[in-house]
Design a protein around this ligand. Structure first.
Ligand code: ADP
Length: 725
């Protein structure tokens, strides 16, 4: 009860050492009461508490208690183990060491390991205090018993003698009882029956055999043997019965202790089993974990490997596909290249063909035209024949126009095409380009207008190209307009660098369907076949216009409503130029210059080229017109184009004669433009009285230079393409 109260307080205090002491006390109480299991549990708790408190002495005490419990339970090996642990745990307390070695001796004795038991008791004696007679007597009795068991009767006799001496002064009866019992046994071993009898009777010291305790078990055993030997059977039986009582008592204690120990051990084993199972479980889990980790790794690596494989596959596929498509593209490109080359060759061949054929046609055509011109110049010609020849001449002229167009396009496509920028009198150029068409329009009752007041007079451009564009657009306008009006309007739009020149040619003609607007600018394309039948043409005019506009850095666009009319807008860069200084290159009082050229475009071009240099610039389309102009007077110089001369003969001298002599008579100098000039022709022309012979083709700039600079070179060598048609 007291222990329980202390327990509660100990719990409150929660001091492990105090708790350990309490457990030892309670365990001791349980052990004394025969409650081995409870005692065992308490001793174990006590040991645990002392471990917590790091109290080694306490731990050793608990271990000694456990060892004695195991000894009672008959588990001698376990008991020895605890004693050894107790000995290792704490060695500084002699009292504790005494009980450890005494205990060990008892266990070893019961294990029939008598010499070891004797050694243990001798060690115990070393730690037994000299003044503690009772303790020393008990140990000596134990030693003597071990010696007797080991058949060392003399040694036992000595030990007993020592014990007997100490016991004389001892107070406790039980102590004396023990040593007397062993002494009796020594006498019995030695055959001194009576001495043995006396000693054993003294050991009981008047305690009846029926009331002895377990501590006197050995006494009963010795007494029974002595009485058997002495023939006192009754007494022997009496002690044998007492022995059986005590053995039964010991057995029950041992059994309960053993049962408790067994239980503890069973629990321990269970515990071990559980631990083993847990370990196995843990191991299994570890194995499982390792396995799953391995599996995961396998899956991971497998996945990665698969992904890599797929990636490689895809890359390979991609590469193969790319390579294949690249090869295909390459093959297609090669095919395309071949096709392009063949196409280019075909186009070049076509252009070449057109150029050569046109040129070839042009030469005999010039012959025909020259002859018709000669015939028409004959005043004796009958009117009916004149009319027919006139038709042939007109048809020939149209034909030459076409051939010229073809030649132009061929040149553009061959790249033999340049732009000659010079200072241009824009209003004059436009007037020149429109004059012919204005006359035609008026003749057909179609209103004609030219608006160019808003544009600067002098600009930088190529006058020939400008004129060609306007000329072609007006040619179409007149061709496709039956009534209404035709107008040309030039205007400057925009500001600064973005200033543009817009030339708009408008008509109220048949118009062009919207879906044909793009197509009409392609070469040889017309709105439909009916156009050719009704209006003729080659389908090259707008192609030339577009190429020229682009070459001048501009564009051409069409707006048209079928049946209402068309508007062509040419948009070009506008670069204003300062007015040129007029230079009168004429001689004497005469300042005029006459140009004989049958081609109106070329005439327009020349007007633009020469206007800055000549105050009185006149033009003639035929020999007759030229002779008329010379007759009017005021002409200081004449420029003759070979194409304007009669083509009746191949002799250059004969061909130039009429105009050369007329010019000479008028006192004008002469210059002639001659195609494919060779030295013989040049000499012949010079011999015919011409002052200057210029080979064609020649650029406008070189022509101006040749005509208007004092140092006269020979521009016939110029490689530049002629602007003349
Ligand atoms: P061509 O006039 O020699 O046939 P073009 O290239 O100059 O060739 O013109 C191509 C076609 O565009 C013409 O045949 C005609 O059908 C159409 N066209 C051009 N200008 C006009 C216009 N002012 N009015 C109506 N149709 C036109």
């Amino acid at each position: 009860m007291l222990v329980e109260i202390a327990m509660r307080e100990a719990d409150d205090l929660s001091d492990p050492r105090f708790h350990g002491d309490l457990m030892l006390t309670r365990g001791g109480a349980y052990a004394a009461d025969g409650q081995v299991s409870a005692a065992l549990a308490d001793f174990q708790k006590a040991h645990q508490s002392f471990v917590e408190a790091q109290d080694q002495r306490g731990q050793a005490v608990a271990l000694v208690r456990l060892a004695s419990l195991y000894r009672e339970g008959g588990d001698f090996a376990g008991s020895l183990r605890y004693y050894r642990q107790a000995e290792e745990a704490f060695q500084s307390d002699p009292g504790l060491l005494l009980s450890i070695y005494n205990g060990r001796g008892n266990v070893l004795n019961e294990m029939n390991r008598f010499p070891e038991a004797s050694a243990a008791f001798i060690k115990a004696l070393q730690y037994a205090p000299r003044d503690e007679a009772a303790v020393r007597v008990r140990i000596l009795a134990n030693l003597a018993r071990a010696q007797l068991n080991a058949r060392r009767v003399d040694a036992a006799a000595d030990t007993v003698a020592a014990g007997m001496r100490l016991a004389e002064g001892a107070e406790a009866k039980e102590i004396r009882s023990q040593i007397y019992s062993v002494a009796a046994r020594v006498q019995l071993e030695r055959g001194n029956l009576s001495a043995a009898r006396t000693l054993i009777e003294r050991s009981f010291d008047g305690i009846p055999p029926t009331e002895t305790t377990l501590a006197m078990r050995d006494n009963h055993l010795v007494a029974a043997r002595i009485y058997q030997r002495s023939g006192e059977s009754e007494k022997a039986v009496e002690h044998l019965l007492a022995l059986r009582r005590l053995d039964e008592q010991a057995l029950s204690v041992a059994t309960s202790a053993k049962a408790a120990l067994m239980g503890a051990r069973f629990d321990f084993q269970n515990q071990e089993l559980r631990i083993a199972r847990l370990k196995a479980e843990e191991l299994r889990r570890n194995v499982e974990f390792e396995r799953s980790r391995t599996r995961f790794q396998q899956i991971l690596f497998g996945g990665i490997a698969a992904a890599v494989a797929i990636l490689i596959g895809l890359l390979t596929f991609g590469l193969v596909t790319i390579r294949r498509s690249r090869n295909e593209v390459r093959a297609v490109n090669v095919d395309l290249g071949i096709a392009n080359t063949s196409l280019e060759k075909a186009l070049a061949a076509k252009t070449e063909f057109l150029a050569t054929t046109s040129h070839e046609i042009r030469t005999p055509l010039n012959g025909i035209l020259g002859m018709t011109q000669v015939m028409l110049a004959d005043s004796a010609l009958e009117p009916a024949t004149r009319e027919r020849v006139d038709i042939v001449h007109a048809a020939g002229m149209r034909m030459r126009g076409m051939v010229d167009d073809i030649l132009d396009v061929a040149k553009m496509e061959n790249g033999h095409f340049t732009i000659d920028t010079t200072i241009v009198d824009l209003p004059a150029t436009l007037q020149e380009a429109t004059r012919l068409w204005e006359e035609q329009a008026q003749g057909r009752g179609i209103a004609f207008s030219l608006e160019c007041a808003d544009v600067p007079q002098w600009i930088e451009s190529d006058p020939t190209r400008l004129r060609q564009i306007v000329f072609n657009l007006l040619s179409n306008a007149l061709k496709f307009t039956h009534a209404g009006s035709i107008g040309v309007r030039a205007a400057a739009v925009g500001e600064g660098d973005r200033r543009r020149l817009q030339i708009v040619v408008h008509d109220t003609g048949i118009g062009i369907p919207a879906d044909k607007h793009a197509q009409i600018f392609e070469s040889f394309r017309q709105v439909d076949a009916g156009t050719t039948r009704q209006y003729g043409g080659t389908g090259l005019g707008l192609t030339i216009c577009r190429n020229l506009a682009v070459a001048l850095g501009g564009t051409i666009q069409v707006e048209s409503v079928e049946g209402e009319g068309s508007t062509f807008t040419v948009d070009l860069p506008l670069v204003e130029a300062p007015a040129p200084v007029m230079v009168d290159a004429g001689q004497g009082e005469a300042a005029g210059m006459l140009v004989l050229d049958r081609n109106p475009i070329v005439r327009g071009m020349m007007r633009t080229l020469f206007a800055p240099h000549v105050l009185d610039l006149r033009f003639a389309a035929s020999l007759e017109e030229a002779l008329d102009e010379l007759a009017r007077g005021g002409i200081a110089r004449v420029l003759i184009d070979e194409a304007a001369l009669a083509a009746g003969t191949d002799d250059p001298k004969l061909r130039v004669e009429p105009i050369a002599s007329a010019a000479c008579a008028a006192g004008a100098t002469t210059a002639i433009l001659w195609p494919n000039l060779d030295e013989a022709t040049r000499a012949a022309l010079k011999a015919a009285g011409l002052d200057q012979v210029i080979g064609k083709p020649v650029s406008g700039a070189r022509l101006v230079e040749a005509l208007f600079t004092t140092k006269r070179g020979n521009p016939a060598d110029s490689p530049l393409v002629s602007r003349a048609a």
